[in-house]
Design a protein around this ligand. Structure first.
Ligand code: DGP
Length: 122
């Protein structure tokens, strides 16, 4: 099993420590939800765990069941709070180099507020 090294100075770790502000929508003991700084849709939220996890693989392998359940619930709650639950929305997570992950702290994107289009434009 490969263990990925967590960079304590990544931008989302700094947001969690309160060193950088964010436009927060929701928070619980294990998760934080805030608006993406570079929105790709009218609604573009990020949901992150508060624990130090590099990506989905790391979170799936090493987070507690409580943290994992809280994360799933936080995503559903965020879509409702943003008002896209009825119209539909996209959930995605970029993982590693081929996934084009830029920030090495697990996050999922919630995109909505208009038709998001096909998954991948070629
Ligand atoms: P990615 O790692 O490629 O899945 O996307 C990272 C996202 O994080 C990207 O959509 C922009 C967003 N982002 C980067 N820095 C900040 C920041 O300081 N604040 C906020 N709110 N979002 C950020």
């Amino acid at each position: 099993m490969s263990v990925k090294t967590y960079d304590e100075d990544n931008i989302f770790a700094r947001i969690l420590r309160g060193e950088i502000p964010c436009d927060k929508l929701d928070e619980c003991e294990h998760t934080l939800c805030f608006r993406d700084i570079n929105p790709q849709a009218p609604v573009h939220l990020l949901v992150i765990p508060k624990g130090a996890f590099v990506d989905w693989d790391d979170f799936a392998a090493h987070a507690s069941a409580t943290e994992q359940a809280a994360f799933v619930r936080a995503v559903g709650r965020a879509a409702k709070l943003a008002g896209v639950d009825a119209s539909g929305w996209r959930l995605l997570s970029n993982i590693g180099a081929h996934g084009h992950q830029e920030v090495p702290h697990l996050h999922v994107h919630i995109l909505g507020g208009e038709p998001i289009g096909p998954l991948r434009a070629r």
